[in-house]
Design a protein around this ligand. Structure first.
Ligand code: IMP
Ligand code: MG
Length: 180
């Protein structure tokens, strides 16, 4: 049964798992035998990260970063603040940043530039969703789950005002939810 605030399901939990399998297989192949530092961007990427890492066949370490580019609401402020940095040096490591969605691209553009200055061996981006119509920054993901239309989405980690992250599918909210 659908949550009362949901207008429609855009991507089902099943589709997400199938696509995550494919991305994990690609990553396993691309990094063959090389260790990877997987960096989860809190909080939106948590579920994607958890499902993705367990499907990758490689030596993996975890780290976590929290950034804030949004206040409450639907659009990016363009300003990125680091709320929590990764816990160790990344020099000489293969880093994959795992994000929930690339929207304007400002967050990932900033993050990638920041981490590059720390001299990793390589740095790539895995994002569950991509909203190319909204792009402002010159950035592309290396591993993308799904392209989505210019609609605000929630579920499978993504929130609206910190709600709906636990929904198993990627969904569109009813318009009246935003009007409240
Ligand atoms: P960007 O800097 O505009 O690319 O925004 C990236 C961040 O904005 C993501 O990590 C999300 O937290 C948030 N975001 C962008 N679009 C959506 C959406 O449709 N639903 C939920 N969060 C979103
Ligand atoms: Mg967010």
């Amino acid at each position: 049964m659908l949550h009362k605030d949901i207008k429609k399901v855009l991507i089902t939990a099943e589709e997400i798992q199938k696509r995550t399998d494919e991305i994990a297989a690609r990553i396993s192949k691309d990094y063959e035998g090389e260790p990877i530092l997987m960096v989860c961007i809190l909080r939106g990427a948590v579920l994607f990260f958890a499902d993705l890492v367990r499907k990758i066949n490689a030596e993996i370490n975890f780290d976590f970063m929290a950034v804030s580019s949004y206040g409450a609401g639907l659009s990016s402020s363009g300003e990125v603040r680091i709320m929590k940095d990764i816990s160790g040096p990344i020099q000489g490591k293969n880093v994959i940043i795992v994000e929930d969605i690339i929207d304007s691209g400002n967050t990932l553009c900033y993050l990638k530039r920041l981490l590059k200055q720390r001299h990793p061996k390589s740095i790539r981006i895995a994002a569950l969703l991509d909203k190319p119509e909204r792009r402002e920054a010159d950035i592309e993901g290396d591993y993308i789950g799904f392209k989505v239309p210019n609609e605000f989405v929630v579920g499978y980690g993504l929130d609206y005002n910190e709600k709906y992250r636990n929904l198993p599918d990627v969904c569109v909210l009813k318009p009246e939810v935003y009007e409240k």
